[in-house]
Design a protein around this ligand. Structure first.
Ligand SMILES: [Zn+2]
Length: 381
């Protein structure tokens, strides 16, 4: 189960398609609606076996399957809670734990600061699952025949499988984060660690795709359509998860080198009551990338919004003041010129806008920063 960084999440907002069922140690526990589909699927798949063990249950046999699904996901919840507990111990904020059809995700804010943190936050999940699985195996021997034994067997088997499969060394699986931590520790570079573990995840995705064909050879039985379909879903999950992790790491790496001062556009200041047409003419003549409106005393008042200028018909521009297309500087549009990297990104996320005013430490105007320029700096190859 991947323990993901959550950068763009608003705290306490429940994502679409999920239900909040409670909290564990301060983090929300969410259930994706896809879970109900899985619970139904498990109920249907298990019904014949339930019928075999306890004949005559009628429609109640499906309830056994639903109870089984709940028990299974309680184990997944424990797995995720262990990620959350270790992350919290290291001082990270854990937003939520979400249970979905392929398991669970723990949304942790921020990135591990060193390989040791990365290793322990990741490895505790599979350890927890394997631990529960072994408890299940022990109970197996002392549980009497019947539906309870079926549940214990299922719990033991499912947890051992979840624990072992999550140790596969490829992102987005926990084993991928363990591999990332190891490569990070050896090379000193978190990005190199993520790249190695990302390729591990892609390799695992290809291997999963090939599994039905291999199984055909081994068991000498044609692979069913369902097997092939499950393989494709898991392979896509692995491949996209690995690719997202790799892209995210590259962007974060590039982000650290982004300095607002270097990206500042040449800026024109104009009186707020100047006609828009004249302001645009002056901006073009001086090759300015941003227009700031000022009060009669010269204090900056607003930032001219490029989109609003373009939306104003040319024939109207001589008749409207430039201030009519300017956005007030109140509300986070004033940024210190020396802001960089992650802080810059967070400032943009807090107050989304097309442009920001960059000011010197003494309050003096330095220039205008366009969000598009920041995006370009972060995503360029
Ligand atoms: Zn996990």
């Amino acid at each position: 189960m991947p323990a993901e960084p959550a950068e763009n999440r608003t705290p306490s907002a429940t994502p679409p398609g999920t239900f909040r069922i409670g909290t564990i140690a301060g983090s929300d526990v969410l259930i994706s609606s896809s879970w109900f589909l899985v619970a139904g699927l498990i109920a249907v798949l298990m019904a014949p076996r339930v019928e075999q063990i306890s004949p005559g249950l009628g429609a109640w046999k499906y309830l056994v399957g639903v109870v089984f699904a709940v028990v299974l996901y309680l184990a997944v919840l424990l797995h995720e809670a262990s990620h959350a507990a270790v992350a919290t111990r290291y001082g990270f904020r854990v937003h939520s734990i979400t249970l979905h059809f392929l398991g669970g995700v723990t949304a942790i804010e921020g990135e591990s600061r060193n390989p040791r943190q990365e290793f322990w936050i990741a490895v505790v999940g599979p350890i927890t699952s394997i631990g529960i699985g072994l408890v299940g195996v022990a109970l197996w021997f002392v549980t009497p025949e019947g539906l309870l034994l079926l549940t214990v067997q299922g719990m033991a088997g499912a947890n051992l499988i979840i624990g072992v499969l999550n140790l596969v060394p490829g992102l987005p699986l926990d084993g991928g984060r363990v591999l990332k931590a190891a490569v990070w520790g050896l090379t000193g570079s978190a990005v190199t660690g993520t790249t190695a573990a990302g390729w591990g995840g892609r390799l695992a995705a290809v291997a999963v795709l090939g599994w039905p064909l291999l199984a055909e050879e081994i068991f000498d039985q044609p692979a069913s359509l369902v097997d092939a379909l499950i393989a494709v879903v898991i392979a896509v999950f692995l491949w996209t998860g690995a690719t997202q992790a790799m892209t995210g790491a590259r962007i974060r790496d590039r982000l650290t080198g982004v300095v607002a001062r270097d990206l500042a556009r040449r800026t024109l200041t104009v009186p707020a009551d100047l006609p828009l047409a004249e302001a645009v003419r002056r901006a073009q003549a001086s090759e300015s990338g941003g227009i700031v409106t000022t009060s009669p005393t010269g204090a900056p008042l607003g930032l001219v919004d490029e989109a609003a200028v373009l939306a104003t018909p040319e024939e109207r521009r001589p008749w409207v003041p430039v201030s009519s297309v300017a956005r007030s500087l109140d509300g986070g549009l004033r940024l210190p010129v020396d802001i960089t990297g992650r802080e810059l990104l967070e400032a943009i996320q807090r107050s989304p806008a097309g442009q920001y005013l960059l000011v010197e430490a003494d309050g003096g105007l330095y220039g205008v920063l366009a969000t598009a320029d920041v995006e370009r700096a972060v995503t360029r190859r």
